[in-house]
Design a protein around this ligand. Structure first.
Ligand SMILES: Cc1cc2nc3c(=O)[nH]c(=O)nc-3n(C[C@H](O)[C@H](O)[C@H](O)COP(=O)(O)O)c2cc1C
Length: 173
């Protein structure tokens, strides 16, 4: 099985998780690429797609990318977000990502918190309508941390085991 780990990342949090996922794939045929360097999906069987949750949703570049994945491919979604795990401000983006895949198999999703740059937090704190959200986002400081990255590695391993059972052309290793 030929595996691609691709990601969109503005400040590096999602890239770190992508690297952890990549290192958790114990398989010879694997590629790690930022989304804007992917030019041919045809050769890949399994695609890990990662993004930061922005404005409760999937960033446009990743939205377009997921929609462009050919039918029949296996996908796993991962995202970083500043809100608490399972919180409303993150979970809507996972639902959105799941709804984008039509005809591909989404095998699983993984999310962990990712810190926001201090200058943005300061700006949000100043705006009364953003303050509650800013306090939540502030508590993501230091993420993704070692435990998040270990979880991401485990997610990769789990997805590959799962694919071994669901992928029609045989084992991944
Ligand atoms: C403009 C902007 C909007 C954001 N919107 C959300 C949001 O709606 N929900 C959330 O949980 N985090 C939100 N975040 C936080 C990012 O998802 C989080 O910091 C992420 O880890 C950034 O990943 P990156 O470093 O890969 O770009 C937002 C961050 C920015 C800069």
């Amino acid at each position: 099985m030929n595996i691609l780990v691709t990601y969109y990342s503005q400040t590096g949090n999602t890239r770190k998780v992508a690297e952890a996922i990549f290192s958790g794939i114990h398989h010879n045929q694997k590629t790690l690429l930022p989304i804007d360097e992917v030019d041919n999906l045809g050769n890949f069987d399994f695609i890990f797609c990662g993004f930061p949750v922005l404005h409760h949703g999937v960033p446009p570049a990743m939205n377009r990318f997921i929609k462009s994945i050919p039918l029949g491919k296996i996908i796993a979604i991962f995202a970083t977000h500043a809100s608490l795990r399972g919180g409303e401000k993150a979970i809507t983006a996972f639902f959105e990502a799941l709804s984008l895949a039509k005809g591909q198999t989404i095998l699983g999703t993984f999310g962990c918190r990712g810190q926001v740059e201090f200058h943005l937090l300061d700006e949000w704190m100043e705006k009364p309508q953003e303050r509650t959200w800013a306090i939540e986002a502030q508590s993501a400081s230091g993420h993704p941390d070692t435990a998040d990255l270990e979880d991401a590695q485990m997610f990769a391993d789990l997805m590959l085991h799962s694919a071994e059972h669901s992928y029609p052309h045989g084992k991944t290793s």
